[in-house]
Design a protein around this ligand. Structure first.
Ligand SMILES: *Cc1c(COP(=O)(O)O)cnc(C)c1O
Length: 409
């Protein structure tokens, strides 16, 4: 089965929350407490998740992509604004910037596989409005360095936590360090409601704007919906009560799941230490999610040989998450634009994109291989490894198999 750890631990808890909603007959996120059996699962999920992560406010959304758009809209990022984003990320980090009419400026990653803070300042122009660090594969970005740059240049920081729900950096949860954070609950993420996401912030104004953008401009929880009191033009990115019920149960399992993942990852990683030509990506904080183990070989050749023997691929060749493989971005193709007659309108950009424009990123990803610990996802290249339910014997067997392949390279 493919999916994230949350999808491996569904049980009586999810079923109970879900049945509450089905039996109430009210699947919509709004209702009056106590009236017609309204269960307020989405609202309860928001309150509990805010408390768990240390946000003052959380808005549940229908996806992580939607959550990212709400973050950009909340900050007022739009036409002509540049946002610095790493070239190794899921495409939604980049496409949401484009769809807000802003301009993604692609940055290099370092050996943590997150944005390289030493390569950010060279990208800053008078048009730069924000940095979007992505806590990739559950590993927190080097937030101290990123926040220092943001402060120096007066930039917003939007944390893309879609792959790092629950991770922490120096004692603070990812998403609470910058201005605002976006999270995903899709099936390949740490916890899941099938699809879904949320926005977290401690700024009341940003919360109200994010909420409004996610629901037709209404004030939080649809208070004050009277004509004349709606704040901005918005979308419908609402979560429904069915998703909210599952998200609620999964949220309550989050910290226990992260403990399990860290223990299992340690057992696997400990057995792979000291092999010739093999290292690991650097981890910026032990509070990482431990959803994946990323091997980093000394040469691309060794990584390729290893992958061939294991039936997997280096990250550079694993598909969707690498800018080189995002043809829509490289070709600047959007669905609509000036005089769109359906013939591939291109988005306006102050910067150009082309294959291999980020040589440092390419070099690292050619040498990097993902082994699953909790996230089993070929789209990330993690077609082999263990899952959150693997026994110690299974973990040891996978470690033995990997050791044997590395030894034979
Ligand atoms: C999954 C993901 C998203 C988008 O989340 P969806 O819920 O699939 O819309 C955005 N950014 C990153 C880094 C992701 O991994």
């Amino acid at each position: 089965m493919a999916g994230g750890p949350g999808s491996y631990v569904f049980g009586a808890e999810e079923k109970k929350e879900l049945m509450d909603v089905i039996e109430s007959g009210n699947l919509f996120r709004y209702g009056s407490p106590g009236v017609d059996g309204f269960q307020a699962k989405v609202a309860t999920f928001e309150t509990e998740m805010a408390e768990r992560l240390g946000h003052k406010h959380v808005v549940a959304t229908s996806s992580g992509t939607g959550a990212l758009m709400c973050c950009l809209a909340a900050l007022g990022i739009g036409a002509g604004d540049e946002v610095i984003v790493p070239g190794y990320t899921f495409i939604a980090s980049i496409s949401t910037i484009i769809l807000m009419n802003a301009i993604p400026v692609l940055a290099e990653i370092d050996e943590s596989l997150t944005i390289d803070p030493t390569r950010i300042e060279e990208l800053i122009t008078p048009r730069t409005k924000a940095i979007m660090p992505v806590h990739m594969l559950g590993n927190p970005c080097d937030m101290d360095a990123i926040m220092a740059i943001a402060k120096k240049h007066n930039l917003y920081v939007i944390e893309d936590c879609c792959q790092a729900v629950g991770a922490s950096y120096r004692g603070r949860r990812c998403g609470t360090i910058g201005d605002i954070g976006a999270y995903s609950l899709n099936v390949f993420k740490t916890i899941t409601s099938g699809d879904g996401g949320f926005v977290g912030t401690s700024d009341l104004n940003l919360y109200e704007r994010a909420f409004g953008f996610h629901d037709q401009g209404h004030k939080p929880r649809r208070m004050g919906v009277e004509v004349g009191r709606r704040s901005i033009v918005g979308m419908n990115m609402r979560m429904n009560e069915l998703s909210g019920a599952v998200a609620l149960a999964q949220g309550r399992k989050l910290d226990g799941m992260l403990d399990t993942l860290r223990t299992k990852k340690k057992r696997l990683k400990d057995q792979l230490q000291g092999l010739p030509g093999l290292g690991f990506r650097s981890i910026n904080d032990e509070g990482e999610c431990a959803t994946l183990l990323t091997l980093l070989f000394d040469t691309a050749e060794r990584a390729a040989k290893f992958c061939e023997a294991m039936g997997t691929a280096p990250i550079s060749n694993s598909g969707w998450h690498v800018y080189n493989n995002m043809e829509q971005i490289l070709n600047k193709v959007t669905a609509s634009g000036a005089n769109c007659p359906y013939d591939c309108p291109r988005f306006e950009s102050t910067v150009e994109y082309h294959k291999h424009m980020l040589p440092q990123t390419d070099d690292i990803l050619d040498r990097a291989v993902n082994i699953s610990v909790g996230v089993v996802d070929k789209g990330l290249g993690s077609g082999c490894g263990i899952n959150i339910n693997s026994s110690e014997a299974e973990i040891d067997a996978e470690a033995t198999r990997i050791r044997a392949v590395v030894a034979a390279l």
